[in-house]
Design a protein around this ligand. Structure first.
Ligand code: GAL
Length: 988
């Protein structure tokens, strides 16, 4: 900083001035003054609009607004509150011209002031002022004295406050600039938000820092503990549980029979550092050793499989400011969904999150606050990663990452950052880590083509075939043979895959089959944990909450709803994608072999035996319970499989089902649940399940005497049904009014249809072919003595290709309308070339109503699609049309129930019975596909008085094309001649 330009620090590349050296985040019993709460705040439009005497203690700020610290200043504007600036979302692009290190002169700047009292006796001579997160650059004055400035938004910055702090009234002034040179290093795919968004405190400093080294030797069961302490006075270490009391922390202390720390058994030993001056620092020590052995990532001697997620910090009301409760919610939701690993994409999280990972057991890839992706569109020209002028900034960020989080047993890998190209500054950062902490492998995906300075071969969004090649060690060679040899010896990890945007992701089970087949594959992390939707309320009349995304704040450049690509919806409701992931990654696999009458339980844990689980069985006949009980399964070691014969009770239940002769499917379901409470879930929580069809219904056809179709004035009567004589559409079944069915091939495009990381989005081809505007032309309606045949053609204006369709209706002749069955056989024949797959293939119809009870027998209870159906289990399920809708931030096709055998839809007017022949996919919505296609936010969807029913023979797969591969070949729905059947009935 110079007198000429007091704001030079904003644009210079320096990471800061006046700061203390980085150190671990730790608790101490020395006094601390928390400065969270309301601060005085003013938002200046730029450097020309600053408050001259901001820092002066006597400055009168009483007219200024109050703003909570911590908070992001753009996450304001809720009813009755002022709004400061606006959030802006870009994925890759910088929201300003790329001219590093310069940023716009119109640089919104938050001016913060806070008065606080320092109690008598506070040890001011050791006072430290700590900021845990300020976005993006800031300068600090205490009682008018400038302490320094800093950058590195998601990193802790500490200043020496000893000379400026005084007893009694103190005034802290902080100037926070929205943009700075640091913004070039913080181009993560997320909202641009600013302010003091993590806690601020003044704390007394005694022990400066310490580094806990707690290793575990799996061959001897011994732990080694050494704590490097930096302190002005001598410090001793105690770990009472280990018989360690008042010893020199440096040790090393060798301890026999240590219980190691792992995700599965996060054993922490409580310890304490005690300084000569009486300062006490609690420790939570987890012994574990992470190593690459023969190209495999291991912890405590056994290979680990990362079943992970990428987690950004997000809350729909507060942005990147989270409470500890929210952090705990995330950890518990992860653990309850079988997730065992987190990549802290793409910055170090609030340090309390890591405490929770230590406590409940999650492997953490702790990532640096670094991304320069916005240089890629310019061919990486002027990328800071390879520019010596930025070296100090890179090293500073890396040091602050490692120093802050080095004592967490959960942190097993350091990740340099994300998508920052390659370059000497990254190599230097890796080299710095190696000399400071060689106990953890180093990750950085951006260097995948050479892997010159990393310890893991990391890839994102590759398809299963390429993943399998990597698993076999057969990936394409690197340019440099030395790098190639190095890379081939590395374990591989998918740092991002399974892009969870909108409905999907599809294909997760395929990935996991490959991962489980190759020891080199250490698993991966789904992109990403949570949708970053911002809660907003529509206008005054009939206010409705919705989630805003990119473009909703008038941004000049933005990436729309690409910010909503998580396994959780913004309010942390699990999406169907998370439910699917939980099943795909279950740590025990239960397989039922009906022929052999036995059950296999395979333990996929790496250290935990299966003794913590209870197994339960149920036999259901057409969804009706016939028996249930406890299944005794011998405890299996990790990697082992137990095979048990069905207990006699299961056979009894089957005999009862056989006697029942219901004509339904009989399924045996075995679940594995927690036998006792864990820190993260209660006893009874389900971990895994398996199902087997143990009795298939006899295939004997029910007698069917066809009724004649009789033409009346304007309609055709067929058994209990009436059809429009001109259109051939079903208008009535018993007492139920109906409209349809018509052949339907359109689905409201998924994000995975609309976007494509590789090549043209699928939906472009669909729109070009006019699949969203197909016309249904009826060519003939022919009643006869055995039923009704309707011939139609589905085609788009301007297109010579179409789909010919024959609807063949038959009805069973009976005098009881309630038993009457109406059968539809649909035959679809492509006419002309059909180079594009179909979005769906089925029939659509509607009936009056705004909601209905829906009951079905088949997979459920949640939605399922052909490439995302692992989590659906066969049974009798009950829901309502309302509850079956999945509220994606951007509305799209959702809520399909896959392979339904039969269903009942009950409205106040009666019940529609549907039977698949043998199965049919079922979707019911209170709005049309057209409305769903047109909607951009949830509040655009309005019930239109009809229930829109889709009965589909098949859907095109979901895939993960929004960022990754589309559906694999077997899940592509080609237009070929297809016949499918469904039966209808009605009752009151
Ligand atoms: C990756 C990137 C993530 C995110 C994702 C797409 O390339 O690392 O930050 O942008 O794509 O959602």
């Amino acid at each position: 900083m110079t007198d000429l330009d007091p704001y030079a620090y904003v644009e210079d590349r320096s990471p800061g001035t006046g700061r203390l050296r980085p150190r671990a985040a730790f608790a101490t019993d020395l006094p601390t003054i928390a400065l969270d709460g309301d601060w005085r705040f003013r938002l200046a439009s730029g450097l020309d609009d600053l408050t001259g005497d901001l820092a002066a203690p006597e400055f009168d700020d009483s007219a200024w607004d109050l703003l909570a610290v911590p908070s992001c200043w753009q996450m304001t504007g809720l009813p009755g509150k002022p709004r400061y600036g606006a959030p802006a979302y870009t994925n890759i692009l910088y929201p300003f011209p790329v001219d590093p290190p310069r940023v716009p002169r119109q640089n919104p700047t938050g001016e913060y002031r806070r008065e606080f009292d320092v109690p008598d006796g506070f040890p001011a001579s050791t006072a430290v002022l700590r900021f845990e997160g300020v976005d993006s650059a800031f300068a600090v004055w205490l009682n008018g004295i400038r302490l320094g400035d800093g950058k590195g938004s998601r990193l802790t910055t500490e200043f020496d406050a000893s000379t400026a702090l005084r007893p009694g009234r103190n005034v802290l002034a902080v100037r926070v600039h929205q943009w700075s040179s640091g913004s070039y290093l913080e181009d993560q795919d997320m909202w641009w938000l600013s302010g003091i968004f993590r806690s601020v405190s003044v704390t007394a400093r005694g022990v400066e820092d310490f580094f806990v080294h707690a290793a575990y030797d799996h061959t001897t069961g011994q732990g080694t503990l050494a704590v490097d302490v930096t302190a002005p006075t001598p410090v001793t270490l105690s770990v009472p549980e280990l018989g360690i009391s008042g010893v020199d922390p440096a040790g090393p202390h060798l301890i026999d029979s240590i219980e190691p720390w792992s995700d599965e058994q996060p054993r922490l030993y409580a310890g304490e550092l005690l300084s000569e001056t009486g300062e006490r620092i609690p420790l939570r020590i987890g012994f574990r050793t992470v190593a690459v052995v023969d190209g495999v990532l291991t912890a405590n001697g056994s290979p680990i499989s990362l079943r992970g997620v990428n987690r950004h910090e997000w809350h729909p009301l507060t942005g990147r400011t989270l409470t500890e409760d929210t952090m705990l919610t995330d950890v518990l939701l992860m653990k309850r969904h079988n997730i065992n690993a987190v990549r802290t994409s793409h910055y170090p999280p609030d340090h309390r999150f890591l405490d929770l990972c230590d406590e409940h057991g999650l492997w953490v890839f702790c990532e640096g606050d670094l991304e320069t992706h916005g240089f890629e569109p310019g061919g990486w020209r002027r990328n800071p990663s390879d520019d010596p002028a930025w070296r100090e900034a890179y090293l500073d960020r890396t040091e602050r990452l490692v120093e802050r989080d080095k004592n967490h047993p959960s942190v097993v890998v350091w990740s340099l950052g994300n998508e920052s190209g390659t370059g000497a500054n990254l190599a230097a950062s890796a080299a710095w880590i190696r000399q400071r902490d060689n106990s953890r492998p180093i990750h950085y995906e951006g260097d995948w083509a050479s892997c010159a300075y990393v310890d893991l071969y990391s890839r994102m969004y590759i398809g299963v075939d390429e993943l399998a090649a990597v698993g076999r060690g057969q990936e394409a060679p690197t340019a440099d043979p030395a790098d190639d040899a190095h890379r081939r010896a590395l374990p591989a990890v998918l740092c991002e895959y399974g892009h969870a945007m909108g409905t999907g992701p599809g294909g997760l089970s395929e990935y996991h089959q490959v991962i489980e087949a190759h020891p080199r594959l250490a698993g991966g992390f789904i992109w990403e944990w949570i949708d970053h939707g911002i809660a907003r309320i529509t206008g005054q009349e009939d206010p409705r909450t919705f989630y805003a995304y990119g473009g909703d704040f008038g941004e000049e450049v933005h990436d729309g709803n690409f910010v909503a690509d998580g396994l959780l919806f913004p309010d942390r409701t699990p999406s169907p994608g998370l439910v699917e992931y939980k099943k795909v990654i279950e740590p025990v696999r239960i397989r039922i072999d009906p022929a052999a009458r036995q059950i296999d339980v395979r333990n996929l844990h790496h250290v935990r035996d299966s003794g913590y689980l209870d197994f339960r069985w149920t036999v259901e006949d057409g969804g009706e319970p016939m028996g249930c009980g406890i299944l005794t399964v011998p405890v299996t070691a990790p990697g082992g499989t137990a095979t048990v014969a069905w207990p006699a009770d299961v056979t009894d239940a089957l005999d009862a089902a056989r006697k029942n002769d219901s004509g339904h499917e009989v399924w045996l379901t075995v679940t594995a649940v927690l036998a006792a409470d864990e820190s993260w879930a209660e006893a009874g929580h389900e971990i895994a399940w398996g199902q087997g069809l143990v009795m298939a219904p006899a295939a004997a056809p029910v007698p069917f005497t066809p009724a004649p179709a009789i033409t009346h004035d304007g309609y055709v009567a067929l058994g209990p049904a009436r059809f429009d004589a001109r259109t051939g559409l079903l208008t009535r079944l018993g007492d139920l009014e109906l409209d349809g069915p018509r052949l339907d091939i359109w689905r409201a495009p998924l994000d995975n249809d609309l976007l494509s990381a590789f090549g043209e989005p699928q939906a472009d081809a669909w729109f070009a072919a006019g699949l969203h505007r197909m016309r249904h032309d009826v060519l003939s309606v022919e009643p006869d003595v055995s039923g009704l045949t309707v011939i139609a053609r589905l085609a788009a204006a301007g297109s010579s290709s179409g789909l010919g369709v024959v609807y063949h209706w038959t009805a069973c002749d009976t005098s009881h309308a309630d038993q009457a069955r109406l059968r539809l056989e649909t035959v679809v024949t492509p006419d002309g070339p059909w180079p594009v797959p179909l979005p769906r293939l089925g029939v659509a119809m509607s009936l009056p109503g705004t909601d209905a009870d829906v009951e079905w027998f088949g997979p459920g209870p949640g939605e399922a699609y052909r490439d995302s159906r692992t989590a659906a289990r066969v049974g009798r399920h009950r829901s309502t049309v309302s509850a079956m809708q999945i509220s994606h931030v951007r509305p799209q096709e959702n809520g399909n129930r896959h392979q339904v055998r039969h269903a009942r839809i009950t409205t106040p007017d009666g019940t529609l019975l549907i039977t698949g022949n043998p199965v049919i996919d079922l979707t019911v919505r209170p709005w049309s596909t057209e409305a769903l296609t047109a909607a951009t936010h949830q509040h655009d969807l309005v019930r239109d008085g009809s229930l829109h029913l889709h009965l589909d023979h098949a859907h095109h797969g979901l895939g993960s094309a929004a960022c990754g591969p589309g559906p694999s070949a077997p899940d592509v729905l080609a237009a070929v001649t297809t016949a499918f059947g469904v039966e209808f009935g009605s009752s009151r």
